[in-house]
Design a protein around this ligand. Structure first.
Ligand SMILES: *Cc1c(COP(=O)(O)O)cnc(C)c1O
Length: 376
């Protein structure tokens, strides 16, 4: 039996929309509107409607989105920005690049996200912003985090690269999509993200008109008018071919989420009786769009499980194996105190194949092999 199991299946996803995508890409090529133009404009508007945010500023990738967001806030060198220690490096990288100080915060071991309680002790006189990351596809507790930020007069920049489309529910029942809750939201359209382009891409969101102008300007060489440069900016654009692809995939995003949620439910059911595993804990106030399906292996055999799966043709990934503060480039920001949940998760997490094209048979095979490992 040969199976081709992948962490993500971009070919299968493309085949399902092939004629529509081919036509849209060809249209861009024939129009020669490669940068800006109608496709970028349409995608901007449609994404804003989908997320319920007033302003969408497309850019070249998710890392740029984060950098531009922090630049637009006008922070000064030495200002502190609180970030989770358990995240993808980009979140902290841009802070360091701007000569700001990343202050690394522990996460909740169940939801993998920072909480207001974990953030609060890190707030100092130099703190200017918090960057919560909605890791693996569900929202951080944004009501508590934005309330804390308001009390301390801090900016909130959401790193929404992994949770685009997730719904956060406030105590009064109102719902908002992640990325539109803090002052600024950032996302990535890296091909394997839930809304993935056919190359690099990213976007920045805000409901604040002044911030929107500043973000727009910063992403475009600091110019508000052509050849008039008010501030230092960068050159960061989403190209029209990516926008054309993304605009088509956006219409399918909710059905992609449904497919991911179905696969996650399948996994949950299979691992419910496996005492060595903790299945993903659902956050109280958030839907889960399952960018990753991430288990915790609680008996110290995470790496052996990974090897066993590999021997059986099943890929898996460790997001992320080393806490940020133990990375060579980030040690200088560390006060030497280990963060217990971050340490534990770095040793315990493993992400299984998760994408929109997983069928029941494949899921059963993966489940069988995972459970077999613990019973052998
Ligand atoms: C993917 C990702 C980014 C960066 O996005 P790029 O488009 O690769 O620059 C930032 N933060 C998180 C949490 C991510 O998952």
């Amino acid at each position: 039996m040969t199976r081709d199991i992948n962490m993500v299946d971009l070919k299968g996803q493309y085949r399902a929309l092939q004629s529509e995508i081919d036509a849209a890409v060809l249209e861009v090529v024939r129009s020669a509107y490669f940068i800006g133009g109608p496709k970028v404009q349409a995608f901007k508007e449609n994404l804003g409607d989908y997320l319920g945010v007033k302003h969408v500023i497309p850019c070249a990738n998710g890392t740029d989105a984060l950098q531009i967001a922090l630049m637009a806030l006008g922070l000064q060198p030495g200002d502190e920005v609180i970030v989770p220690a358990f995240t993808y490096v980009a979140t902290a990288e841009v802070i360091g690049l701007l000569n700001l100080t990343p202050v690394m915060c522990d996460v909740d071991a169940d939801t993998f996200n920072v909480t207001a309680d974990l953030i609060e002790p890190h707030i100092s006189e130099k703190t200017k912003a918090i960057v919560p990351v909605h890791l693996y596809g569900q929202s951080s507790d944004m009501e508590a985090i934005t309330a804390l930020a308001k009390n301390h007069n801090l900016h909130v920049v959401e790193d929404n690269a992994q949770a685009i489309g997730a719904d956060y529910t406030f105590a009064d029942g109102r719902k908002k999509k992640t990325g539109g809750i803090g002052h600024i939201g950032c996302t990535s359209f890296y091909p394997s993200k839930n809304l993935g382009a056919y190359g690099d891409g990213g976007a920045i969101f805000t409901n604040d008109d002044d911030l929107a102008k500043m973000l727009q300007k910063t992403a475009n060489h600091g110019q508000s008018k052509r050849y008039y440069h008010d501030v230092l900016g960068v050159n960061s654009r989403l190209d029209a071919i990516q926008a054309a692809v993304l605009d088509i995939k956006l219409k399918h995003l909710d059905s992609y989420h449904a497919a991911r949620q179905k696969a996650a439910a399948h996994y949950d059911k299979c691992f419910g009786d496996t005492p060595e595993l903790q299945t993903p804990v659902r956050a109280k106030n958030s839907s889960h769009v399952f960018h990753q399906y991430t288990l915790r292996v609680k008996n110290g055999q995470r790496d052996d499980l990974k090897t066993y799966l590999q021997e059986n043709g099943i890929p898996s990934m460790i997001y992320y194996p080393v806490p940020l503060y133990k990375q060579e480039a980030y040690k200088k920001y560390w006060n030497g105190k280990e963060l217990p949940a971050t340490e534990k998760l770095s040793d315990e997490v493993i992400s299984l194949p998760m994408h929109t094209e997983l069928d029941g048979e494949t899921l059963d095979f993966i489940c069988e092999k995972v459970n077999e490992f613990f019973r052998k």
